[in-house]
Design a protein around this ligand. Structure first.
Ligand code: GLN
Length: 447
């Protein structure tokens, strides 16, 4: 099985992978064979999985899509990688992503953009674009992703696959290269909710090495997939269906909601009044945390170091100017600015207050409904380069995924059909804290 997938990866032109090491993959596959011969059983034993290149792996390179880490090989495995290996999964390689997971299109990767299998002139979404493209094109049956502000859900939507970001703290961040620590969360990507349930059950669980890991018992997310939807109250936030939503996406989302209604769910209009504040809040908080997290890349401890420099300060400056791409540098500057003396109260503290209000909106909504549904992205995948050098166009497209991220809630994207140009559309499901099993149960209606 691993060999068959490796062949498909080698023949693909989607640029979905940054590092592939057939020797290591096949060694893992042989090890899974041995475990199976010894009588071991399990849903992931011998099943290939591709890891987003944000999870560090022993053996394969761990680049975060950056020149800064282009040749970096980690001496240890991320918790997620370790857990999946223990379950018998076989690593197929490292998938392409936006540099340090900053982006919505996979266009900021140092290794070039990954492409959308439905239309190779379009983006696959981001930042987990390589993972989504790989699953959609049949280059991997399962893939890990990370979601800080939508990076599992949005590429899943744009590539027509299923992706779930669990409640913040469910999946250990140990060995996940940090972007914005209070938001970063590992997630599962696959064709179906059923496959996502198997993958997430193996990925999630308490880890004392991550100070924000949730100390809860392990859960089998596959157990309640078949539960009927009768009487389930699904809230449709008015703010998710406003003027910014394109007509083709709206039509596909409406049709998907119709499926849920037929299955006995009750659709209720609700309001999340602070939705539009999610963009300014997120694009202050995430860069602030990024500027702090990325200070470790100084040319001394990890990765790239400038060849020529006069003194230490010049070494830092040149290293970081060469190692980081434009979007990462922009965010470090924004982050350092909003955290600086005199601006902290005006920007960072304000953004934190908005974050609380957004979480309060959800808390009020979950008093009325069991689940929230809406679009993942206002449009289908755009063409490569279409947004030009205007990062704000990308930021604005994150409007529907950022609120759940800021609140730490679980969110999911399920395939909802197709829009303009035959490009996929995703239906987003947002659950209350720890309600992943419910999301997967509802997502399972779309296999
Ligand atoms: N598009 C958002 C950003 O650029 C989200 C990325 C993510 O979830 N990693 O920050």
């Amino acid at each position: 099985l691993a060999a068959a997938y490796l062949e498909r990866i080698a023949a693909s032109e989607l640029n979905a992978f940054i590092d592939v090491r057939p020797d290591l993959t096949l060694a893992q596959a042989r090890e899974a064979d041995r475990r199976r011969a010894a009588g071991e059983r399990g849903p992931l034993l011998g099943v290939p999985v591709a890891h987003k290149d944000i999870f560090v792996t022993r053996g394969w390179r761990s680049t975060a899509g950056s020149r800064m880490l282009a040749d970096y090989v980690s001496p240890f495995d991320a918790a997620v990688v370790e857990r999946l290996e223990r379950a018998g999964a076989v690593c197929l390689g490292k998938t392409n992503c936006d540099e340090f997971a900053m982006g919505s299109a996979n266009e900021s990767s140092h290794f070039g953009p990954a492409r959308n299998p439905w239309d190779p002139s379009a983006i696959p979404g981001g930042s987990s674009g390589g993972a989504a493209a790989a699953v959609a094109a049949g280059l991997a049956p399962l893939a890990t992703g990370t979601d800080t502000g939508g990076s599992v859900r949005q590429p899943a939507a744009m590539c027509g696959i299923t992706g779930i970001k669990p409640t913040y703290g469910r999946v250990s961040r140990y060995g996940m290269i940090a972007y914005a620590s209070s938001l970063d969360q590992g997630g599962a990507m696959a064709r179906s909710a059923e496959d996502c349930a198997v993958l997430l059950s193996a990925m999630a669980g308490f880890d004392s090495r991550d100070s924000t890991s949730l100390d809860r018992p392990d859960e089998d997310f596959s157990a309640s997939l078949e539960r009927p939807l009768d009487g389930l109250r699904i809230g449709l936030p008015r703010e998710f269906f406003g003027a910014g939503l394109s007509a083709d996406v709206r039509a596909a989302v409406d049709a998907a909601l119709g499926v849920l209604r037929e299955q006995g769910a009750r659709l209720v209009e609700i309001s999340l009044p602070r939705t539009e504040l999610a963009i300014p809040a997120y694009y202050v908080i995430a860069p602030a945390e990024a500027s702090s997290n990325l200070s470790r890349f100084d040319g001394v401890r990890y990765g790239h170091r400038a060849q020529q420099y006069g003194d230490l300060l010049e070494m830092y400056e040149k290293t970081r100017a060469e190692g980081f791409g434009a979007e990462v540098r922009r965010r470090i500057m924004v982050g350092a600015y909003v955290l600086s003396h005199g601006y902290y109260d005006a920007y960072y503290l304000k953004a934190q207050k908005l974050r609380r209000l957004i979480a309060d909106d959800f808390a009020a909504a979950f008093g009325q409904v069991d689940l929230i549904a809406g679009p993942v992205s206002p449009t289908v995948a755009w063409k490569l380069g279409e947004h030009g050098d205007d990062p704000v166009r990308d930021y604005l497209s994150d409007i529907y995924t950022l609120p759940a991220s800021l609140a730490g809630l679980p969110g999911m994207s399920v395939p909802a059909g197709f829009g303009e140009g035959g490009r996929p559309v995703g239906l987003q499901l947002i659950g209350n804290y720890f309600d992943e099993a419910r999301l997967l149960n509802v997502g399972h209606r779309f296999q």
